[in-house]
Design a binder for this molecule. Structure first.
Ligand code: ZN
Length: 94
């Protein structure tokens, strides 16, 4: 059983949550750490630093928040691993 967390919350507090959820999802961005591949979601922030490896600046990923919430732990792990792999094997492109 692996419900996305917003779906889980919406079941608990549906009426209040739905509006907030739509707004929130529109603002949320998925950031990834170029050093350890840790993924985090943030809103309204331009600069995000990785807590796991002590202040590495994280990079906005192409993953959408909606997509990210639908992924399970293994998919997130796979995503960050392939993201890191591609990043480490392409040179000079920002
Ligand atoms: Zn990191």
């Amino acid at each position: 059983m692996n419900l996305p967390f917003f779906q889980f919350n919406a079941t608990i507090e549906r009426s209040k949550y739905t509006e907030w959820d739509v707004e929130k999802r529109r603002m949320m961005k998925v950031f990834i750490c170029p050093k350890c591949g840790s993924i985090t979601t943030v809103s309204r922030r331009k600069e995000v630093f990785c807590h796991k490896c002590g202040g590495t600046q994280m990079i906005p990923s192409k993953l959408t928040f909606a997509k990210y919430t639908q992924m399970d732990e293994q998919q997130r792990k796979d995503y960050s691993e392939s993201w890191l792999y591609i990043r480490n094997h392409t040179s000079g492109e920002s």
